[in-house]
Design a protein around this ligand. Structure first.
Ligand SMILES: Cc1cc2nc3c(=O)[nH]c(=O)nc-3n(C[C@H](O)[C@H](O)[C@H](O)COP(=O)(O)OP(=O)(O)OC[C@H]3O[C@@H](n4cnc5c(N)ncnc54)[C@H](O)[C@@H]3O)c2cc1C
Ligand SMILES: N[C@@H](Cc1c[nH]c2cc(Cl)ccc12)C(=O)O
Length: 531
């Protein structure tokens, strides 16, 4: 058989997505944008079972998703109360009052060594982040990354959006770094994408799926809705959240827990309406360490999303809610608390037979570093790349499962580092955090990072979205693990490095003067008068 014969095989062209949260609607809209009328897409979502719709933060890579759908910021951002995110700000992870940023900015190199090595030798201040990255100072000064004419801040090391868009984000990892990601209301984004998808021919069924019907080989033939009866398809996408109704329940695919290294299994969330004009809109997600976990603060246009992520072994739900309400202050007095139990880990395989789980049903690490939507985006890109034909190649499925599994395993390692490296040790939770079991291979890598800051050769070896400089930020910022610079840096003249530190300060000062705050920027976008 020649290669041409394969092309004539029929494509399984009826896709049924069960679940209408962020994962379900991102999947449906992307498949429509990718395949148009050549593939039919049905989304079945329950009106009774809610979504995990908290205020959410993303990776910068998500711009490839919007670009693929041909959506501009002006189209979707106002509809989702969205704002820009330049960094994660880690507050109190070392000690009360300390903070550092993990920014969307590539780290400069001097003389073949990352600037952080020179900083370790002889940095101008105590702040590695403000000395090595422009964005740290823009975060402190609460600036928008765009001017009121819509133009983006510019400087050599920052990718001003000139990187060509391709199909997959893994192709973009490398030389450049786009300077911001987004905060948005997940429920509003799901609603926006639902409209996008339905406008392009996606069938929307509002119903509870009560049964999943299998043939003799264990492949799914249809799902049965309470009102709508059987819905047939070729490929079934399980977007039912932590429940994993198709993959875990019907196909009995086991779930592999990450809980040993990442013990946070619960969260309580509040949505706090605030006058953002008066308060300002900080351009970062804040993660504030607490006695048994940490609190996220996500600034949106018109309100703040906040929540306490904690380990139920160390803190009861009532106590977590009390701490969160105290943190949020009087503005949250009338806000209803949403308690969430999280399933931390991943399905042993996310694609089995003709069922692919995407979103929380596939896997989830805790929300630190905001990786949930990144997992979804990555899985959708991989699904398109590995879309099956009538042969349903096992190798194809295998490649999908490795790519998706590696992303989650890599992120697990990155998050585990946060807790191992945090200097804080004032409660049992933090004392235990320094000694949790590490995922396979991590102990060896950690030893290497102590003598050479993380680089492409010594971090988790498969694509997982995070570049080496992200690991450096966490190691240097958390402060609990001693690191050193290579002898060559100590033996070399550091004039060029000191010049680079001064240039970063200079550029930051200039940008702080010339960039607006986020409230003014988004007020202008909403009036439709940018540019
Ligand atoms: C506390 C917390 C904070 C988070 N913060 C972030 C963040 O900052 N950034 C980020 O990227 N990610 C974050 N995430 C992850 C993110 O929320 C999820 O990845 C994302 O919302 C996708 O959820 P989902 O669509 O998989 O599931 P859900 O939102 O749970 O949606 C499940 C859908 O399935 C439907 N359903 C279930 N059962 C049935 C049935 N029997 N019949 C029909 N329909 C059914 C439901 O109605 C719903 O529509 C966070 C998660 C948690 C828990
Ligand atoms: N590919 C991701 C990785 C990344 C690079 N810098 C940051 C910073 C933060 Cl806070 C999260 C994620 C990242 C991306 O570019 O979004």
């Amino acid at each position: 058989m020649n290669a041409g014969a394969d092309v004539t095989r029929t494509i399984p062209d009826r896709v049924v997505v069960v679940g209408g949260g962020t994962a379900g609607w991102m999947t449906a809209s992307y498949l429509k944008a990718a395949f148009g009328h050549r593939v039919s897409v049905t989304v079945v979502e329950s009106s009774r079972i809610g979504t995990i719709g908290v205020g959410e933060a993303t990776f910068s890579d998500i711009r490839h998703f919007f670009e693929f759908l041909d959506l501009k910021e002006e189209d979707w951002m106002p509809a989702c109360n969205a704002t820009y995110k330049l960094a994660v700000r880690f507050q109190d992870w070392r000690r009360p009052g300390h903070h550092f940023y993990h920014p969307f900015e590539k780290l400069p190199s001097v003389g073949g060594f990352p600037l952080t090595d020179w900083w370790l030798r002889n940095g101008p201040t105590e702040r590695f982040d403000a000395d090595c990255f422009v964005l740290a100072s823009l975060c402190d000064a609460e600036r928008s990354p765009r001017r009121l004419d819509g133009s983006l801040l510019d400087r050599g090391a920052i990718d001003g959006g000139s990187t060509p868009m391709g199909l997959t984000m893994s192709e973009h990892q490398g030389a450049t770094q786009f300077p911001y990601a987004y905060h948005f209301e997940a429920a509003l984004l799901a609603k926006y994408l639902c409209q996008y998808a339905v406008d392009r021919g996606v069938r929307h069924v509002v119903d509870d799926v009560e049964d999943v019907l299998l043939d003799q080989r264990g492949w799914i033939t249809s799902v049965r809705g309470k009102e709508s009866g059987e819905i047939h398809g070729d490929l079934f996408v399980d977007c039912t959240g932590f429940k994993g109704l198709l993959l875990n329940k019907a196909l009995e695919v086991p779930f592999v827990s990450y809980q040993e290294s990442l013990p946070n299994d619960s969260a309580v969330a509040l949505q706090v309406p605030l006058d953002m004009r008066e308060r300002g809109i900080p351009p970062y997600t804040q993660a504030t360490a607490q006695e048994a976990g940490w609190i996220w603060t996500i600034p949106l246009f018109g309100r703040i999303g906040t929540g306490y992520v904690y380990a139920s072994d160390y803190c009861a739900p009532d106590e977590a809610e009390r701490v969160l309400r105290e943190f949020a202050g009087p503005a949250a007095a009338d806000a209803e608390a949403n308690h969430i139990r999280m399933r931390i880990g991943r399905s042993a395989e996310s694609w089995v037979r003709n069922c692919v789980a995407i979103g929380l049903s596939s896997g989830f690490v805790e929300p630190l570093e905001s990786t949930g939507i990144f997992f979804i985006h990555h899985a959708i890109e991989q699904l398109v790349k590995h879309f099956p034909d009538a042969g349903w190649s096992e190798h194809n499925r295998g490649m999908y499962n490795s790519a998706v599994g590696n992303v989650m395993d890599g992120v697990r390692e990155f998050l585990t580092l946060h807790y191992l490296a945090a200097e804080r040790s004032d409660t049992q939770y933090w004392r235990d955090a320094a000694h949790r079991p590490m995922p396979d291979g991590m102990a060896e890598r950690l030893e290497r990072w102590k003598v050479q800051l993380p680089d492409t050769e010594n971090i988790f070896p498969y694509y997982h979205g995070l570049p080496p400089y992200s690991y450096m930020c966490i190691l240097l910022g958390m402060g609990g693990i001693a690191t050193s610079y290579p002898p060559a840096v100590g033996l070399s003249d550091d004039t060029a490095a000191q010049k680079e530190f001064a240039a970063i300060r200079g550029r930051a000062g200039h940008l702080i003067e010339s960039l607006p705050n986020q409230y003014d920027y988004f007020a202008q976008m909403r009036k439709g008068s940018l540019r």
